[in-house]
Design a protein around this ligand. Structure first.
Ligand code: ZN
Length: 83
């Protein structure tokens, strides 16, 4: 039956426990839309402008529910809206 060759020191044990309980922040990447540029999770549609990759995939929430709120010109730059 395999056993550890050496006892881990208190220092080694405590440093491991000290690191493991900390949580790291979720990662963020800037939006590819030059008009938006806000931070969003990587590989997700931007929640601010609906951009993914190089075009608008989902219509942003604010335009549907509240109409134009301030500068609503950003989503229309992607094109391909006519179907
Ligand atoms: Zn965006």
């Amino acid at each position: 039956m395999p056993n550890p060759k050496r006892k881990h020191t208190r220092s080694r044990r405590d440093s491991r426990r000290a690191k493991n309980w900390t949580l790291d922040l979720p990662s963020f990447a800037p939006c590819p839309n030059p008009a938006c540029g806000k931070m969003r999770p990587p590989h997700r549609v931007c929640p601010h402008c609906g951009f993914y990759g190089d075009r608008v995939v989902v219509a942003p929430k604010t335009a549907k529910q509240k109409g134009e709120e301030g500068g609503g010109a950003a989503p229309e730059t992607g094109g391909e809206t006519a179907a």
